[in-house]
Design a protein around this ligand. Sequence first.
Ligand SMILES: Cc1ncc(COP(=O)(O)O)c(C=O)c1O
Length: 237
Amino acid sequence: MEEFYRIKRLPPYVFAIVNDLKTKARARGEDVIDLGMGNPDLGTPKHIVAKLVEAAQKPQNHRYSASRGITRLRKAMAKWYRDRYAVDLDHDSEVIATIGAKEGLAHLALAVLQPGDGVLVPNPTYPIHSYSVVIADGDLRSVPLTPDGNFFGRLQETARLAWPKAKMLILSFPHNPTTMCVERDFFVKVVDFAREHRLMVVHDFAYADFTFDGYQPPSFLQTPGAKEVGVEIFSTS
Ligand SMILES: Cc1ncc(COP(=O)(O)O)c(C=O)c1O
């Protein structure tokens, strides 16, 4: 069968590999504790399910949505940023709703990258951070994210050596899968770095609420100047 150009370029999908190993182990009768995907082991809270049922019963909701997301949702998102992070966002020109973080990342890369554009991405990382670049025909420039605490140094080195120069930087802290976290001063350095290298920054903030021991992860958008160089993506999944 014909091999499709984009599919062929994608790196192996780690979740598919883990699922395959799991299925084979279960077929052998092994007792597998599944730590593969972060699926909740409790149901969705009752009030959320009740609201979904209520909304699904209204025929006016059985239509296409607004492409940027309905106004009240975008207003609620802007309010959430103001209340939680003291970040001012204009719901009309600075907030959009996508069909999840993955869809947002994939289409953002398609919208802004040209074939061959270099994108700095930590390695390891959550698959869509590298897939979005490959799907958009961009050039992946991996930055090793290791436990030695020198990620920023490596980022500088990779950007310095890259030719043609990278156009975009994709970050995500708290980080999946390494759990690495950052403080606000890290993003201050990232904004300076982005200005120096004329990079667009994409920060995937999917783990904003998955923290322990009182640690409060900073939003990239809290950093002065962040809005001029980048965007932040949040997930409700
Ligand atoms: C870093 C990261 N971003 C995004 C997602 C998924 O986001 P969504 O379900 O909104 O596409 C995950 C899910 O595991 C994730 O780990």
